[in-house]
Structures are given as C-alpha cells and as structure tokens.
Design a protein around this ligand. Sequence first.
Ligand SMILES: O=C(O)CCC(=O)C(=O)O
Length: 218
Amino acid sequence: MTLDLFGEDDLQQPARIERIGAQAFVLRGFALPWVEAFLEAFDAILLKSPFRQMQTPGGFTMSARLSSCGALGWTSDGYGYRYSPLDPLNATAWPDMPAAFFEIADAAASTAGFAGFVPDAGLINTYSPGAKMSLHQDKNERRYESPIVSISLGLPAVFQFGGFGRSDPTQRISLFHGDVVVWGGVDRLRFHGVLPIKPGNHPILGEQRINITLRKAG
Ligand SMILES: O=C(O)CCC(=O)C(=O)O
C-alpha cells in the first residue's frame, strides 16, 4: 500500500523569508524562476568580460573570480577598489545588464521593502571549492540609499553577516541555489563575507558557486 501523503500543491516548496536584520532578509528559493535566464545571460557576459582574479590594494589575489555587467563594473588593483564604466581587460564598456537582472532586482528589493530599485552594476563572482570572500562593507557606491541584492547559485555557501565593525560578531547563514539576500537601510553598511566553499558538484553549475550582486553604484 502506498500512502498519498502529498498532493501536487504540497510538493511546491513555498518561498520563505527570513529576517537577518531590521532591514535585511534572506528570500529562500526566490531566484529559481530566473535561473535559466541567468545561465543564458552568463554566456554573452562572459564572452565579452570573462571571469578574472583581481588584486587587492594590499597586494593579495582574491580567490573568487569576478566579472561585471551594466553601466558600471567593480574592479580592484594595486591602486584601490572602484567602479569603472570600462572593463580594464579590454577598455570597452561592460556587457549590458540582462533584463532578468533588472527584473529580479526590482522583485527581490520590493519584497524586502525597497520599492523601485534599479541597479546599474551587476557583479558576478564565481567561487571554486576553497574560494572565499573576506569580511568587507560594500561602500564604493556613490550613495547608500539603495539596497544590495545578492543571488546565490550552484554550490552552497556559508554567508557571514556582521555588524558595522570588522570584528563585530557575525551571523552564519547557509545559502543555497536560488536564495537571495537583500540588505539596505539601516543594515546597508554591515560587514559581510563568505567562508571557504566546500567541495561538491551541483547538478546545474558543477563544481562552483556563482553569486550575482546587484547594486546602484553611480
Ligand atoms: O558571494 C556572496 O554571497 C557575497 C559577495 C559579496 O559580498 C560581494 O560581491 O561584495
């Protein structure tokens, strides 16, 4: 005998919203409907502006590899962190921001209480197992009124969400394929980072985690 425990509707995992700060939220599975569009968009973006490892002003090499799209791209070298309208690899404009990035930015930010968010910078980070992102604040943007919308794809990660000082205690939040973190308002300048990614093989993205971070930089 088989027990019919789940009806068709029960198999659909409901989107869950977790509050991690007064104006900071994890939207579980929120990005899943856009994944196919993201994967298509990556091909065109990475053809023009491939992933690259950047140097920090302190002389370290970042373990995550980065690319960007949109009017402004984030870059780092011995001279500092900054946004630039040109990709330093080829001295041309960054690839256009795909429609799917604008759509999810608006939808996720509105869900978190930040209506009308229109990003002009889309950073794409790829992490191989072992790669990490040290605790930092996103503060190269001209103003801090807009939130950050950060999308996780592929291998899971442990996201650190801290306070306003580097050594403040951090929350450790497991992020999975399709999760979106949004923080803004009073939480906009919180330190955050990613612990080293554990080895694994994601059914869609293989041995990597990809993070898309959407920001209003200019
Ligand atoms: O990969 C992540 O989840 C965070 C990325 C990040 O902090 C950044 O790009 O500034």
